[in-house]
Design a protein around this ligand. Structure first.
Ligand SMILES: [Zn+2]
Length: 267
């Protein structure tokens, strides 16, 4: 089966989707290219990216989850917040990966045999790691990317602002359907609300939001929806529904087409 498919966003920007429904974005400047996230870690990503751009490629990870960092090992280096490094280590462990990949394969009805998933769960060594900071700028040549720290989904989650083209790459911080804040390594609901508000303060600087999963692109109305959803949780947190899934358990708050999962002990 095909592991990857592509949607071209403009002449120098592509969304690459792997068959586990993780989105990566390839952004090309005059001198270099950035791959925002590297998917769940399937073979051939490097070659696939090499067919779209001839520029040298660096990887920036929006956070340390397995479906965003798996392909890092196919590149020379990756950039991520230091605060997500421990998560990355846990999420690149083959036993941990195998367990979650089996769940995803079932959810997305992928025709992998158990032994194939076991092989796919094994990754090569991680390349050199470079720490990024809030406000850090990457100059790709006539194209500038800015890192915006948005703790919530994980403590070290970031969004990437594509300044000239006015895109915001939001990964798992702003998605259609729902945001998960119920992990032990998630920031509190209050911190997530602060992150959404910091995106709101910058809303004149982007026109579209490109998430890590589900429908795309999203309008800026999603910022209002998540702001309101987080505010509602903080008003009466105990009233969320109890939920339990293969990713974890906690409370779920639904509001129209969005939702947030959270923990009462991490408000
Ligand atoms: Zn995630």
């Amino acid at each position: 089966m095909e592991f990857y498919s592509t949607v071209q966003i403009d002449a120098h920007t592509w969304m690459i989707k792997d068959c586990f429904q993780s989105y990566m974005y390839l952004l090309e400047g005059d001198t270099q290219a950035v791959l925002i996230d590297s998917g769940i870690g399937l073979p051939g990503l490097r070659e696939y990216v090499g067919r779209l751009t001839q520029k040298p490629v660096i990887v920036i990870n929006t956070h340390g989850h397995l479906d965003h960092v798996g392909g890092n090992c196919q590149f020379e280096k990756y950039y991520m917040m230091q605060t997500d490094h421990e998560i990355l280590q846990e999420h690149t462990d083959p036993v941990f990966r195998k367990h979650l990949m089996e769940g995803f394969a079932q959810e997305f009805q992928l025709p992998f045999k158990k032994e194939e998933l076991e092989e796919l769960a094994k990754l090569g060594d991680m390349p050199f790691f470079f720490q990024i900071m809030d406000g850090q700028v990457f100059d790709l040549g006539s194209r500038t990317l800015e890192v915006i720290a948005t703790p919530g989904h994980t403590i070290g989650s970031v969004c990437i602002l594509d300044r000239e083209r006015r895109n915001l790459f939001s990964a798992d911080t702003v998605c259609d359907q729902g945001i998960l804040l119920f992990f032990t390594h998630s920031a509190s609901v209050r911190e997530y609300l602060k992150s959404i508000r910091s995106l709101q303060e910058r809303r004149t600087r982007f026109e579209r939001i490109w998430p890590g999963h589900h429908s795309l692109p999203l309008g800026l109305d999603y910022l209002e929806m998540y702001e309101e959803c987080a505010e509602q949780i903080l008003t009466r947190p105990e009233r969320g529904e109890d939920i339990c899934s293969n990713l974890g358990e906690g409370k779920l708050w639904r509001m129209g087409r969005v939702s947030i999962t959270y923990q009462l002990q991490n408000l």
